[in-house]
Structures are given as C-alpha cells and as structure tokens.
Design a protein around this ligand. Structure first.
Ligand code: 28G
Length: 642
C-alpha cells in the first residue's frame, strides 16, 4: 500500500514537471508564442478530431471562435475513453490532457501519427498553455466533464448526465501571460480547415467566428478529396484537361494524388505527409516526379510522338502547367530539412513512383486526347527551354561585355557580405531618388523600378531573361532564376519590396511576389523577401515629436493616447501620405528604412501563394472569374491596368 502511494505521487510530480516545462519553454512545443503559435493550439485539438475521423468514427467537426477568443471544438467520434486506470485512479481522458505525449502520438499503435516537427504534440500542451480548459465527453451512456486551469486539474472527470450520443467537446482559453496575442485570425483558421477537409475526403468541417457583429461561417465537405482540391487551386486557370487525373491506392503507404494540367507555365505541386504540408518536399515528391517524367516519355515514344532522333523530355518540360496535390500516409515519418517539412523515408520514393507510373500510363492509354494535348505542351516547353538557354547565353555574353554585371539603375551598398545587406526594390523614380538619399549606403542598396511590368503569367522563362524590368531584379539578386536559382549566391539577405499603399502599389507587389514565387521560390521559403510598410499618416504639433501611423487602427490609438494627455484631435495637424514620393529622404529613412524604427513584413509562402492566386485571377486567361473579381472589388481595382 505504501509503495502504491509512493508511485502515485512520483507519477503526478512528473506530470506537473512536464507541463511546467511546457509553460517555461512553449516555443519548444509549439514553435513560437506569436499569433502562429496561438493558431497551433487550435490545430492540435482539431488534429485529434481528424485522427478520430481517419480511424473511421467521426463525420463532423465543428470549430467555433467564441466571443472573447475562446475556442470550442466538437466532434462526433467515439469520445475519449473515460475508464479509470486501476493503478493511478486517473481516467484515460485526464491522462490524455495532462501527460506529455500521451495518447500514442509517438507510439505508432494508433494509425498515422506525426513524430516530428511542431505537430502532434498533443492535447496536454494545449492544456498547459491555456488559462483554462474544459473537456466534455459523451460515451457509454453518459456525459462526462473535466476542468483544468493552466494545465492543473481542478475538476477530475465527473459524470454530469446521461446521453445516448458519442463525441468529444473541448473548450479552451489560451493563456494571455504566455501568448503575445489572443486574437485568432478567422481567415488563417478557415484556410487550414479547408485544406484539412480536402485532405480527408467526406469529412465535414464547419468553422465559425462568433466574435463580431456579423458572425462568419464556412462549411467544408469535399466528396472528391484531392480531386476537389486541385479543381479549387485551378479555379481561375484555363484547363488543358476537363477532369483531374485521380490516383488512390491503399497499401503499406496509402497514396492519394490528383493532377490537372493548365495552360500556365508554372508548376504547382503541393505535398502532404499525414496531413502535414511538406513544404520542402522529399522522397514522395521525388518518386512522383520520376514517375511522371518516365510515363510521359514512354508513352510519347511508344506512339512515335517523340521520334528516335529526339531527346527525352525533361522533368521541367513535363511539369510545365501542372497542378498536383500529393498526400501520403507514412507510419513512422522522418522529417528533415531546415523547417522539418521534408520527408526522408527512402522507401516511399519507390512506392509512390510505381503507383504513379502504373496509373498514369493506364490513364494516358485510355485518354489519348488528353495525352496528346499535354504532350503538345510538354514538347513546346522543351523548345522554349532551348530558346531560354540561348537567351540566357546572350544575356550572359552581353553582361560579360559590359564592365559590370549589375544593372545600371542599382545603387549598391558598400558592404559586400550578403548576410548584412539589403536591397530595396522601389516603385517609381521619385521614390527611388528619396530612397537613395535617405538610405544607409553601407548596407542598403536601392533598385528603382518603373513603368509597366511584364505579365509573368503569359511569359515563359526565355522572355523573363530578356525582360528589361525583371532582368535588373534578377541581376541584383544575383542567384539566377527557375531551376538554376542558387540561394547561396544571393547578394542580399533581405530583398525588400517598397511600394505605395494604394492600388498601383498593390499591383506591383502582386507582380513581384508572383515573380519571386514562380522563379525564385527558395528565396521566399528561406524567408528573404520582405514588404516595407510606409506610414499612412503623420500627426504633428508644435513642441511634440511627430507621430507616424501605419494603419487606421494606429491612428485611432494615437488619437486616444493624445486625448489622455489632454491634447484634442483638433490641435494636431494630420498629413495623409498618398505615396512614397511625398516623403523627403529623411522622413523615408526615419519611418520606413531605419532598422530601429521601420516595420518589415516577412513574406510567407502563404502570402506568395495568395499573390499568385490573385495574379492568375487578374492576368490569367479565364475571363469569367476575372470579371467576377473585378465586380466584387470594383472600388479597389478601378485603377488597375489589366
Ligand atoms: C473535440 C475536440 C478534439 C478524440 C478520441 C477517441 C478515442 C481516443 C480521442 O483515444 C486514447 C490511445 C491509443 C487507443 C479511441 C475512443 C479508441 C476507442 C478513442 C478529440 C486509445 C485516446 N474509443 N476522440 N482519443 N487512445 N477527439 N477531439 O480529441 O490507443 S481524442
């Protein structure tokens, strides 16, 4: 009996120490305590519900942001088991919420769990980082509830009623003393759960925001799975084939893939392992690429579309205009790479490659018209590749003849260590002039751009190289483009886009982001691209230091703070900046370029993807969605030159 007591206490102490560590070092468990980490809490809980769906027991997941930033997640699965462990006298449910890594997350006994990165750390981490958590379970004929504060049990699992239903409901309020912000972004959650719904065919996910005056609600359920995902990604693009190619195979490594070709020149392949976006790719992507290159070449040879004298199509040719989503489930995934989003399991490559090669070959045989249309495009891509090579050679030769390979408009910095240097890409000559005078020339370079940009959507690589607007950007960054882009050669650690806060500025931003996304993607993945944020307003008054406001909220806040100091709004002068050109060099330095005061926004892959989507919408060939977008956004886009 004594021993029993002793064990019990030791175990409990361990639990508390575990959760204490989570609170001390939250970053180790959820990446950061920024808004990103905050959203991670929701993903962790929803992941558990999705696991229950993958096990085949849950059909609906409901997520609500309640007023006051309380999160409520409910599923109709079996309910977390409520039985009491005979030794610890603690319910299974409480164990899941208090023991680090409980619930088989790292065990591999309960399906396809995640064993690396930021995911799958489990409910106990959410509990530890929440001010309070409340879990309600329906199963075995009853309703059971338990409550926690900052991870500590304040009400063990208690039967509070009867029910003939089953399911789990979790409500939590994140700890404001740990997170920088408690404000959830509905769009961020909505995008993530749309993606999850695509990845789990037939699962219904409803997400609601009940905080504002007008509640928001999205209802996702896709019977087509990844086929629906690809159709969604291509909704604004002109398709070469009507229906996506769909591959599904349940084996040792379950595989689901959808592919659809468009007339665009870019390649868009998204890959997932156990529902985690593997941004850095890995063995599943390698296997896929190998298989489609082989399948198209074999087919083209067998039908004599490629003659004996012709050389093989390259991977790049075969992937031009492709939109594909690849989802695999791996029992013990190895995640590698800088952000732990690269699949390392070598066995996966061959498995994916075999499945794709077989399914795609069959598809091509059965759909000769689609095969022909896609191959035509691939062969054109090969020709363009050859033309691009020549254009590149020309540019290189031309640049070699000139004394410097840097663009004439570039005002370079004196420091040559890329890690310490930054280049501002500035729209317009007058803003460019101010930036040149205002900068710290030791580490800040300025590249002014002006005039209309090339429409990247409609241009192949050969045009990009010769383009007089983009070539300076390529030369300034110094690392090439497309497949040859070499991140180790970049000349600046920060590439900063500085454009006005108006429609034209938005236009140039979208264009540049799309260009970087399509031709210098590692630059974005590596976190080297930034947006400068110029102020919108300046408040000034005699005897008071000027106040710069970067958003309308800033302005409201500034007025409130002034009022608290007894200064009325009428007493201060307010200047609204319409463009960067209105600021003198000192102001531009002070507000937008001085590392001590400026606001820089790091561009994420999500931002770039969104830009790419907007771009396709505005520049692409599909007329109907563009018209719809313009009608819906008429007041914003009237100045846009499209
Ligand atoms: C609403 C928000 C989040 C969940 C379940 C269902 C079971 C479960 C969850 O089991 C313990 C460890 C590994 C099996 C499993 C119920 C088996 C039988 C479950 C959720 C037992 C956890 N009956 N639903 N956990 N496992 N939903 N939604 O968290 O071996 S978590």
């Amino acid at each position: 009996m004594e021993k029993f007591e002793h064990d019990y206490n030791a175990e409990q102490i361990q639990v508390l120490e575990g959760l204490e560590h989570v609170r001390k070092r939250p970053g180790m468990y959820i990446g950061s305590v920024s808004v990103r980490g905050l959203h991670h809490l929701v993903y962790e809980i929803v992941d558990n519900a999705v696991d229950e769906a993958l096990a085949g027991y849950c059909k609906n997941i409901h997520i609500q942001i309640e007023p006051g930033n309380i999160i409520c997640v409910e599923d109709d699965g079996r309910g977390i088991p409520v039985d009491i462990h005979p030794k610890t006298k603690i319910s299974a449910a409480e164990t899941v919420y208090t023991q680090l890594n409980a619930g088989g997350k790292f065990g591999g006994d309960s399906g396809y769990k995640v064993s690396g990165g930021l995911h799958g750390v489990g409910a106990s981490v959410v509990n530890a980082l929440s001010d309070w958590t409340e879990v309600t379970i329906q199963r075995d004929g009853g309703i059971f509830q338990m409550k926690f504060e900052k991870g500590k049990t304040i009400q063990p699992l208690t039967r509070i009623g009867d029910s003939d239903k089953t399911g789990t409901k979790v409500r939590f309020f994140a700890d404001g003393s740990i997170f920088e912000t408690l404000d959830y972004e509905f769009d961020v959650l909505q995008n993530r759960f749309r993606e999850m719904a695509f990845l789990t065919k037939g699962l219904r996910i409803v997400v609601e925001d009940l905080r504002g005056e007008t509640p928001k609600k999205s209802d996702f359920c896709f019977e087509g799975g990844l086929k629906s995902f690809v159709e969604y990604l291509n909704k604004n693009k002109e398709k070469i084939q009507k229906e996506p190619i769909y591959i599904e195979k349940d084996g040792e490594v379950p595989i689901e893939i959808a592919i659809q070709y468009t007339t665009a020149y870019s390649e868009n392949i998204y890959t997932f392992v156990n529902n985690i976006n593997t941004v850095e790719g890995g063995t599943h992507l390698e296997g896929f690429k190998r298989a489609i290159t082989k399948a198209f070449n074999d087919y083209a040879r067998s039908k004599n579309i490629l003659k004996e004298k012709d050389s093989n199509l390259l991977g790049d040719d075969v992937r031009e205009g492709i939109t594909a989503v690849i989802s695999v489930k791996v029992k013990e995934p190895q995640f590698e790479g800088q952000t732990k989003t690269k699949l390392g399991n070598s066995e996966v490559s061959g498995i994916v490659s075999a499945v794709v090669n077989e399914s795609l070959s069959t598809f091509l045989e059965e759909n000769p018209n689609v095969a022909k249309a896609v191959l035509d495009k691939c062969i054109n891509a090969a020709k363009a590749r050859e033309a691009a090579r020549k254009a590149r050679e020309m540019v290189r030769r031309k640049n070699a003849m000139e004394t410097t390979t840097l663009p004439g408009k570039l005002a370079d910095c004196s420091n040559k260590n890329p890690a310490e240097c930054e280049v501002y890409i500035v729209e317009g000559d007058s803003a460019g002039g101010s930036a040149k005078q205002g900068r710290d020339r030791r580490f800040q370079a300025i590249l002014p751009l002006w005039g209309k940009m090339l429409n990247v959507e409609k241009a192949r690589a050969d045009k990009i190289y010769g383009n007089d607007k983009l070539n300076p950007v390529i030369l300034a960054v110094g690392a090439g483009i497309g497949p040859e882009f070499d991140i180790t050669k970049i000349r600046y650690g920060k590439v900063i886009i500085m454009a006005d806060a108006d429609v034209d500025g938005a236009h140039i931003r979208t264009l540049l982001l799309t260009f970087f996304f399509r031709y210098m993607r590692p630059l974005i993945e590596n976190g080297n691209v930034f947006l400068a944020q110029p102020p919108l307003y300046k408040l000034s008054k005699r005897g008071m230091e000027d106040i710069y406001c970067y958003t309308d909220e800033d302005l409201t806040k500034a007025f409130k703070e002034l009022e608290e100091k007894g200064i009325a709004r009428e007493q201060v002068g307010i200047q609204r900046y319409k463009g960067l050109g209105e600021m003198n060099p000192e102001q531009l330095w002070e507000t937008t370029m001085d590392p001590a005061h400026r606001i820089l926004i790091k561009v994420t892959m999500d931002d770039a993807m969104a830009a790419d989507e907007t771009f396709s919408l505005l520049m692409g060939d599909e007329v109907a969605p563009r018209k719809k977008f313009i009608e819906e956004n008429a007041k914003y886009v009237k100045n846009l030159d499209i």
